[in-house]
Design a protein around this ligand. Sequence first.
Ligand code: GUN
Ligand code: FE
Length: 431
Amino acid sequence: MSLNVYKANIITSKNYDELNVFKNAYLAERDGIVEYVGSDLPDEYKEEKLTDYGNMIMIPAFSDLHIHASQYVERGVGMDSLLFDWLNNYTFPQEAGFRDIGYARKIYPQLIRDLLRQGTMHAAFFTTIHYDSCDLFFRMLGESGMYAYSGKINMDQNSPDYYVEETERSIEDTERFIAEHLDLYPHVKPIVIPRFAPTCSEKLLKGLGRIVEEYDVGLHTHLVESRAEAAFAKECYPQYLSDGDIYEQTGLMAGSGPKIFAHVIFPGEVEERLLRKYDAVSVHCPDSTTNITAGIMPVSDLRAKDLKIALGSDIGGGHFAGIYRQIARSVQLSKMKEFYEEDYKRITFKNAFYLATAAGGEVFGRTGKLEKGYAFNALVIDDMQDEGYTVETEEALERFCYAGDDRNIKARYLDGRLIDPDEIYERIKKL
Ligand code: GUN
Ligand code: FE
């Protein structure tokens, strides 16, 4: 049994609109679970060893709900192209390299190390179609201690001949992947990941739908990402109402695992109905949808309809692993949307911080808040002060999200343990 007490300026979301800010406050953690947060130190903890972080800020660790692990090494490259050119010229050729497990062994540990450096401890990943590389990545995630959803992706049409699956094999490999990884780790779980409707035949989607139902797992895919993508999906599936209808009719939303949809920029009535019916999470990836000119997610409209939203980096559509920068970017883009669209209402910094912590964390269990009963997955961030000018605690957090980086993250706790991303990197690259 372990019990630890910390002192810092603790910030955690109270709800979508409000923060709880505890200045010079205490947090007690027992066996990886937060037991107490408050301004006074209760008597029962007075004899315990105290780690005092002074004027630094302690926040919940971040969640990235949509990231292509297989695109980490192409981040920031080819960013002046549009989605389909980018996929064909950069992404498909690069992802095809994961047919070689040696390539996966080189790339994936760097990604996991860098996510942990940037404070992301919970993530939902895309990978590639290759069973062995996906299996290796899954085990690396498990050994790293991260909380994650991962699996193998599916593509059996509208894909280059060097990077495509045969339908039956795709279904068989997915079923084997889910079966073999379901109980491997407590915090890393398999999920079904059809790349997006256009790269999957109806037979494949229905096969995956059966797996979802049989193994009761979740779904992670792209949904109404851009006008071009939604039109392409409709062209491939004229007998269905829209992108969302395809995923529902083929049975992909039938499991009790999370339903995670990237982008959701142009949701129609069908999508809104399904998002609500299945309690799905729409993932806002503002850097990515800027880079691939997909548009801006209507965050406040979806929130006003009580739909769930979280943030994602969508690397390599996005170019940076730190989700804190997506907090800043989602505020920026919402202001642009308000500027151009009379009826649109921008979001606040507090709203965006909630999306990156509490809302995203909820998908992984009791994570994303520093509250009694939650996992002690937390970051300690320096006070972001300049000489001669003082910012308040909340302002320091905002400054970190806009102008800070991993050098400002002074400590990282995962399940109560102080972690070193470089040590984890050295360990998992030997798997
Ligand atoms: N749609 C289908 N594949 C992809 C991808 O790899 N990235 C993005 N952003 N959109 C996609
Ligand atoms: Fe994506």
